[in-house]
Design a protein around this ligand. Sequence first.
Ligand code: NAD
Length: 365
Amino acid sequence: MAYKVGVIKGDGIGPEIVNEALKVLDKVSKVYDLDFSYTDILMGGISIDKTGEPLTDEAVKTAKAQDAILMGSIGGNTTTSPWYKLPPEKRPEAGLLRIRKELGLFANLRPAMLYSELKEACPLKQSFIPQGFDLVMVRELTGGLYFGDRETKEIDGKLVAKDTLTYSEDEIRRVAIKAFDIAEKRKKHVTSVDKANVLDSSRLWRKIVEEVARDYPDVRLDHMLVDNTAMQLVKNPGQFDVILTENMFGDILSDEASMISGSLGMLSSASLNETKFGLYEPSGGSAPDIAGKGIANPIATILSAAMMLRFSFDQDKTADSIENAVKQVLKEGYRTIDLISDEHTGVVKRVNTAEMGDLIADRIV
Ligand code: NAD
């Protein structure tokens, strides 16, 4: 099978971690007889430096012609980088917002799991995570408060700011369907998160999610208020399988879920549209503090490539082989610096970015 993969290496550690994911994909293509063709796409700070824009029309056109996009990360140091002296619509992040919109990427998936080998990296008490956890956050990505009308104006001599939170039933239905489809392939449990005791948009959310649930009789649906979910995530994360929620709640809860997983360097993500197309990227940013040192953890990007194989290319077996290779390398004690705590020193084998990529690629069988 042949697949066209757009590659956005981006800024900071982006090129370093994407190169390792490509190394793993090259190994996968040999072992499983798949044919990947890669096309580089400029986005973020590097695009500003080369073209004056964080994402050009040409880059959007190229992105739309691919089967999927694999991305590193974009952006720089937000205090010192000249990119952040530019108006907001010219900054690196504007490229990311535009590409999500242009490609219609309305569903963001972020798995958060605790590898038994990395239990010490989890900030929760071990008694809260007796069986570890393995959940996926499905966040609506193109609606809600972040995309509603907003204004700041003076009323009676005082500044007043207003943001609006709007959801249509279609926007809710399409992301709910994604969440139930994913739950069907997992532990068949969806927790839909809202604030239905206060917000009209949440009451509509709940109604539509219940309608969608009727088409998935083997998937259990629970509703949970967002404030309770924030508590439950640190009290008993093992209770969740798929968490479905709207844009702002998902923004906050997915960072909380990242934190309890240990390192940002382990967390993959996918943004999907109504077709099989998706944009796959690590959950972390461009880490300007460690860029160029060759020490960044490439695992989140490698696991993002595995998600691409699973969700865009229906290659579940090859995705499994990457995930198993990652587990194997961790089991053998190899760690990048972000995964090593004081109590580990001497027990684990420290490796750099390229060595971690080699180790994982070697274990693809
Ligand atoms: P960050 O995620 O880049 O870094 C936070 C901390 O985590 C840093 O100490 C960093 O060294 C560490 N870290 C992150 N990824 C790592 C990895 N793979 N291996 C080891 N350590 C890792 O967040 P930040 O510093 O707040 O943001 C830096 C830049 O990244 C900003 O310009 C921000 O806007 C951008 N950003 C981009 C994306 C994206 O491209 N989707 C997402 C988040 C932030």
